[in-house]
Design a protein around this ligand. Structure first.
Ligand code: ADP
Length: 440
C-alpha cells in the first residue's frame, strides 16, 4: 500500500467529520454571535478530528505490530503475517509481501545449513572430493582434494586430465576413471568422475602411489621367494633321480653322496619355509604386547646358543641389566635369536660374541657384537632387505636364507624401534636393536 493511501485512510474520516461540524455551525450560527459560534466550531472540529485520527492510527499501529511480529517469528512457527491481517485491511498487501520475504529468507537459511552440513561431511571424509560446475568452475573441493594440488586455481582448465575426464564423463553419461601423475615427488592419482543430472560432475581422487609401491613389493617378494624355493627343490629332484640310478647300478658311494645332497637341500628348504612363515607372521599378526624385561629374553637366547658356540670354540658373553619394554616376547626373541645366530655364523673359531643391554633415556638397546669377518661397506645399505646376502655362495653352504635381518628389521619397526649396524671388514660387526622403554 502506498504512503499516500495510508495518509488518506488515516486523515480521510477526520476531514469528513470536520466539514460536517463546520456545516452544522453555519446552520446553528444563524441565531447566535458569529465569534462564539466560530470558536465552538473550531474546538469541536479539532476534538472530533483528533479523536478519529488517533483511533485510526492506533488500529494501524496494532496491525503493523502484528505484521512485524509475524515477520520476526522463527522458522519453526507457522503464523504468517497475511493470516493475521484480514484481506479487507489496507495493510494486507504489506502483510503478503512480508510473508514472501520471510519464505525467501527461510529457504536461503535452509540452503546455507545444507551447504554447511555437506561441506563438513565432505571435509571429514578421507576421500578427496571435488564438484565441478557445468561452466567448469570448481563449485567445491574438500581439503584433502586441494592437498593434491591438482587444481591450482578454481577452474578445471588448470589440469588437462581432470578437464578431459569431466568432459568425457558428461558425454558418456556414466562414471569414468583415469590416472594422472602430480606434484614433486611425483604421486599417482586415481581419479573417478560421475555426472549429476544438473550438469555438475563429482570428481574423487585417490593417491595410488603407496598401494602401487606395496603391490610392486609384494610382486617382487613372490618372485624372489619362488626363485629361492625353486633352487633347493630342483637340487632335491635331480639328486633323487641320480640317487635312483646310483642305487640301480649298485654304486653305493654315489648313492651316499646324492643322499647327502637331498638331506642338505631338504634342510635348506625347511629353513627357508620357516623364515618365510616367521616373516609373514610378523607382517600380518598384531603384536601380543605385554611388559617385558629384555634381559630375560637375552639371557634365554644366549643360553640356547651355548652348545653351538662351544662346538665352534667361540666365547659367548652376556651383560644384561633389567630393561623394561612393552613388546611381543615371541617376536623380540626371534629378533635377538637371529642376531646371535648371525654373529656365531660369521665369527671364526676362537672368536668372541658379546651380547649386552644398555638403557638409554627413551630406548633399551640390545647390542650383539662379534670380532668375525665383518661386512663390506657397500653391502651395508641393503643388508636388511629380504633375500639380500653379502656372499651368495657362502650363504648357501652356511644354510642362510637371506631373511634373518629382514625379520629383525620388521620386529624393530613394529615395536616403534630400529636396528643399526656398524661393521669393519675383517674386524667384526655390531648390530644394535633399539626398543622404546617403559618405566618399571
Ligand atoms: P642369512 O640367513 O643369509 O644370514 P641375513 O638376513 O641374516 O641372512 O643376513 C644377511 C647377510 O648379512 C648375510 O649375507 C650374512 O652373511 C650377513 N651378515 C649378517 N650378520 C653378520 C655378521 N654378524 N657378520 C658378518 N656378516 C653378517
Amino acid at each position: 500500500m502506498s504512503e499516500r493511501s495510508v495518509i488518506a485512510k488515516v486523515l480521510g474520516p477526520s476531514c469528513v467529520a470536520g466539514i460536517a461540524v463546520i456545516a452544522a455551525i453555519f446552520v446553528l450560527g444563524a441565531g447566535t454571535s458569529w465569534g462564539a459560534a466560530a470558536a465552538a466550531a473550531v474546538t469541536t472540529t479539532l476534538i472530533v478530528t483528533g479523536t478519529v485520527a488517533a483511533r485510526t492510527l492506533r488500529r494501524h499501529t496494532r496491525d503493523l505490530t502484528q505484521i512485524a511480529g509475524a515477520a520476526l517469528l522463527d522458522s519453526n512457527q507457522t503464523t504468517s503475517a497475511s493470516a493475521i491481517i484480514s484481506t479487507r485491511n489496507p495493510l494486507h498487501p504489506l502483510a503478503l509481501s512480508v510473508d514472501r520475504m520471510r519464505e525467501e529468507i527461510e529457504h536461503g537459511a535452509t540452503v546455507a545449513v545444507e551447504k554447511r552440513i555437506l561441506e563438513s561431511a565432505f571435509g571429514a571424509l578421507e576421500a578427496s572430493i571435488a564438484i565441478i560446475a557445468p561452466d567448469g568452475r570448481v563449485a567445491y573441493a574438500n581439503e584433502s582434494f586441494r592437498e593434491f594440488e591438482v587444481l591450482r586455481v578454481d577452474r578445471i582448465e588448470t589440469n588437462a586430465t581432470v578437464e578431459r575426464l569431466v568432459t568425457a564423463t558428461r558425454n558418456a553419461g556414466r562414471p569414468l576413471v583415469e590416472t594422472t601423475v602430480v606434484g614433486k615427488p611425483a604421486r599417482t592419482l586415481r581419479l573417478g568422475a560421475a555426472a549429476l543430472d544438473d550438469g555438475h560432475v563429482v570428481v574423487s581422487a585417490v593417491d595410488a602411489s603407496e598401494s602401487n609401491r606395496l603391490s610392486a613389493v609384494r610382486r617382487d617378494f613372490v618372485a624372489d621367494a619362488s626363485h629361492e624355493l625353486k633352487t633347493p627343490i630342483a637340487a632335491i629332484q635331480s639328486s633323487a633321480e641320480t640317487l635312483r640310478v646310483a642305487l640301480a647300478h649298485g654304486d653305493l658311494d654315489a648313492a651316499d653322496k646324492f643322499t647327502a645332497y637331498v638331506i642338505e637341500n631338504t634342510t635348506r628348504l625347511g629353513h627357508l619355509v620357516n623364515d618365510l612363515l616367521d616373516l609373514s607372521r610378523i607382517e600380518s599378526e598384531t603384536l601380543d604386547v605385554s611388559p617385558i624385561d629384555l634381559a630375560a629374553i637375552v639371557i634365554d637366547q644366549v643360553d640356547s646358543f651355548r652348545t653351538a658356540a662351544t662346538k665352534r670354540n667361540i666365547t659367548l658373553e652376556v651383560a644384561a641389566t633389567t630393561a623394561m619394554v612393552a613388546g611381543d616376547a615371541n617376536h623380540l626373541s626371534m629378533a635377538v635369536r637371529n642376531l646371535i645366530a648371525n654373529a656365531i655364523q660369521n665369527t671364526a673359531e676362537r672368536g668372541t660374541v658379546q651380547v649386552a643391554i644398555h638403557c638409554g633415556d627413551a630406548t633399551a638397546e640390545v647390542t650383539v657384537s662379534d670380532n668375525g669377518r665383518g661386512i663390506p661397506s657397500r653391502d651395508l645399505p641393503r643388508l636388511f632387505e629380504r633375500f639380500y646376502r653379502v656372499d651368495h655362495a657362502r650363504s648357501r653352504t652356511d644354510g642362510g636364507t637371506g631373511l634373518g635381518l629382514a625379520i629383525v628389521k620388521h620386529v624393530a619397526e613394529n615395536h616403534g624401534g630400529s636396528i643399526d649396524v656398524e661393521s669393519a671388514l675383517g674386524e667384526g660387526s655390531a648390530f644394535t636393536l633399539r626398543i622404546p622403554r617403559t618405566q618399571g
